[in-house]
Design a protein around this ligand. Structure first.
Ligand code: GDP
Ligand code: MN
Length: 406
């Protein structure tokens, strides 16, 4: 069972840790391969193309037969028809025209990767995933590559070699030997190449603070060379501040457009599927707000954490993102003043409402430091769509009621 392996994250299963949202940054195959190359893992030479014409030029530059590969953030592209061989540059152009614009399980292909075609003798599988339960990176290696690893795990679990690396000790050559002998690789040159790749993959995994680095297939060519033919590379979002070059790889087109806007503005926002726009200060309180809105019979439209600040610009940015969602029918601000003072947040909200016109009802619950002062400011402003409530439950009920009225 590979139940502990990280799977593709969805908005619903993102994990909330105290104070911050944990997310993963999935890289495209071509980006992962560029990182592999940086760490010395052999890959085929290739070019990125956004049009059939660019694909043709790329194939001409590379010379010889090429493979045209859809670049989407989902696996199984081969089965879906997103990977095709082309004998000539003309053929590469034609194949790219077929693949570009294709929808692979909800992912529209906007880019193709053109690389020199490989002559494949065998397909292996090598990955490192962060094993949360063991709190250690976990190598998985098998000579049964090229297919879905979950299938191998189910049908022939003994074919998988699983090996943890103690992060304090790091990688040692015996890890590589254990992997290749364990999987029954007999050929000495192959053993050597695979062990070397395992060491480099570990360096890439730790160097980029990855959560997953996967090579499927890791091929042996007809001339005996071992090479990464595919890449799946997931970086820990929480470590990105240490890797500005990796953070730049994030594809804003592929993300939810609202989440992309939020990221641009530095707003912590996760799109949900309901009608009540939820804002809180602090991830814990915001999660509780999502729960209370649900308890009150409403459906949250988002999770939006204002963090510690309640300054006008932060509120404007958050409101801009939330109101861009056409599903939102009412907005619920849930603020607990600790270090953040409620009167400051109230001023922020009022300034935000001066800067942008919002017709939707806005319910504000202020509690904690200077709550009374904050509520007084809101009441004095006498905006017709502002409703101040004293408790979280009352606030949630009011916002649900207002959402069904409007
Ligand atoms: P995935 O289907 O999304 O995992 O995409 P992969 O990059 O793993 O490619 C799927 C399959 O296409 C591989 O397992 C290979 O069998 C085949 N393939 C990819 N590149 C080449 C190539 O250069 N030459 C040949 N002969 N087959 C390739
Ligand atoms: Mn693959």
């Amino acid at each position: 069972m590979l139940a502990h392996l990280p799977t593709t994250e969805t908005a619903a299963n993102r994990i909330v840790r105290p104070g911050r949202l944990a997310r993963a940054l999935d890289l495209y195959e071509y980006q992962g391969k560029a990182l592999f190359a940086r760490y010395g893992i052999p890959v085929s030479e290739g070019r990125l193309a956004r049009s059939p014409r660019e694909a043709r030029a790329a194939a001409e530059e590379l010379g010889g037969p090429v493979v045209v590969k859809a670049q989407v953030l989902t696996g199984g592209r081969g089965k879906a028809g997103g990977i095709k061989l082309a004998q000539s540059a003309e053929e590469a152009e034609a194949r790219a025209a077929e693949i570009l614009g294709m929808d692979i399980r909800g992912h529209v292909v906007r880019k193709v990767w053109i690389e020199g075609a490989s002559d494949i003798e065998r397909e292996y599988y090598l990955s490192i995933a962060f094993d949360r339960s063991a709190k250690q990176p976990l190598f998985i290696f098998t000579t049964q590559g090229g297919v879905d690893i979950e299938e191998v795990a189910a049908s022939m679990p003994d074919a998988l070699v699983r090996l943890h690396v103690d992060p304090l000790e790091g990688y040692h050559p015996w890890h590589g030997r254990r992997l290749v002998y364990g999987a029954g690789v007999k050929e000495p040159s192959e053993q050597k190449q695979i062990a070397a790749i395992a060491e480099k993959l570990y360096a890439a995994f730790t160097g980029c603070e990855a959560m997953l680095t996967e090579i499927n297939p890791l091929i042996v060519t007809t001339s005996g060379e071992v090479r990464a033919l595919d890449s799946k590379f997931t970086v820990d979002d929480n470590a990105l501040f240490r890797h500005p070059d990796l953070a730049e790889l994030r594809d804003l087109d592929a993300a939810d457009p609202l989440e992309a806007l939020a990221r641009e503005k530095g707003v912590t926002y996760v799109k949900l599927d309901g009608e009540i726009g939820v804002l809180g200060n602090g991830a814990g309180l915001t999660m509780a707000t999502v729960d209370v809105v649900t308890f009150a019979g409403g459906r949250p439209a988002d999770f939006c954490d204002l963090g510690g600040g309640g300054d006008a610009q932060g509120v404007v940015d958050a409101l801009e993102v939330i109101t861009r969602d056409p599903q939102v029918r009412s907005i619920f601000f849930n603020i607990f003043g600790g270090i953040t003072r409620c009167d400051e947040v109230a001023r922020g909200i009022l300034q935000a409402l001066e800067r942008m016109r919002i017709a939707l009802p806005i319910v504000v619950r202020l509690d904690g430091t200077n709550a009374e002062e904050g509520r007084r400011l809101l009441e004095e402003a006498s905006a017709s769509n502002l409703y101040a409530e004293a408790t979280m439950l009352e606030g949630a009920r009011r916002s649900v009621e207002l959402a069904s009225v409007t």
